[in-house]
Design a binder for this molecule. Structure first.
Ligand SMILES: [Zn+2]
Length: 256
């Protein structure tokens, strides 16, 4: 068990604690205490949560991609002195620090995404030159989170446009009957590979913008497609192989 303090910056107070509280519980944590203040940065929600360290990245991932979260920082709290204003151990000193430090600097930039979405809806499905230009313009610290967030918004839009009237499917069937046809509208060579999706022609690889897996926009699209119906919760989408790191295709896997 670990006690972690999150400092979340948002532009909205309404529903913030409720929504993030849900994420915290869904990730296996409990909220120990919280405090909300309004500052020049926006609304700042400080929360101390307790839960298994193995779930921490999941929680951070969910917080980082939540549309109400502009940015967040995490630091460990010494549980024995939690009430006595401890000096928090800096996140970067801990073993699982790398993604955490990235998360702190890598909040999405929702304002720029809003400006992009209108163009994507007009030009759909021929959107990639627009998305690539957008990705180039975003500063490196915000690039991954912002393009991924743009993807989630487009995925939600595609779901509402093309799939909202269909049956409520479980995750495996949603991959087959929603994610696969949706991604084929964007990239025709998308294939089902067991329970995963395989894409050979992602335009986000080999363009020098990212080290490691680079198809954050596609990952976001898939997240938006799964999150939008609501009954699946927020399934975890991982790009387990990417052509950007030498694989022959990008493979996306799904879990709860
Ligand atoms: Zn990829």
């Amino acid at each position: 068990m670990a006690d972690i303090e999150f400092r979340v910056v948002s532009d909205r107070r309404e529903g913030l604690l409720l929504e993030l509280g849900r994420l915290i519980v869904a990730s296996g944590f409990t909220l120990q205490r919280q405090r909300m203040t309004r500052t020049d940065e926006g609304v700042v929600l400080t929360m101390v949560v307790r839960g298994p360290e193995t779930n921490l990245l999941t929680l951070e991932d969910r917080l980082g991609s939540h549309p109400l979260v502009q940015s967040f920082e995490a630091s460990a709290v010494d549980a024995h002195h939690a009430g006595a204003a401890p000096a928090p151990e800096p996140a970067r000193a801990r073993a699982v620090s790398e993604p955490r430090v990235e998360a702190a600097t890598a909040a999405p930039d929702p304002g720029r995404v809003e400006a992009l979405l209108g163009s994507l809806a007009r030009e759909y499905p021929d959107i990639f030159s627009r998305v690539l230009a957008f990705e180039h313009e975003i500063s490196p610290a915000h690039r991954e989170a912002t393009t991924r967030y743009a993807g989630t918004r487009l995925g939600a839009w595609i779901y509402k446009r093309d799939f909202a009237l269909g049956a409520r499917l479980n995750l495996a069937d949603s991959v087959k009957h929603i994610a696969l046809p949706a991604m084929r509208q964007l990239l025709r060579d998308t294939e089902l590979d067991g329970d995963a999706l395989r894409i050979k022609s992602s335009p986000f690889t080999g363009i020098g913008l990212h080290r490691g897996p680079s198809c954050h926009f596609l990952r976001g699209c898939l997240e938006g497609l799964f999150n939008e119906p609501g009954h699946l919760g927020r399934p975890r989408v991982v790009e387990t192989f990417c052509r950007n790191t030498g694989a022959d295709a990008c493979i996306f896997t799904f879990g709860t």
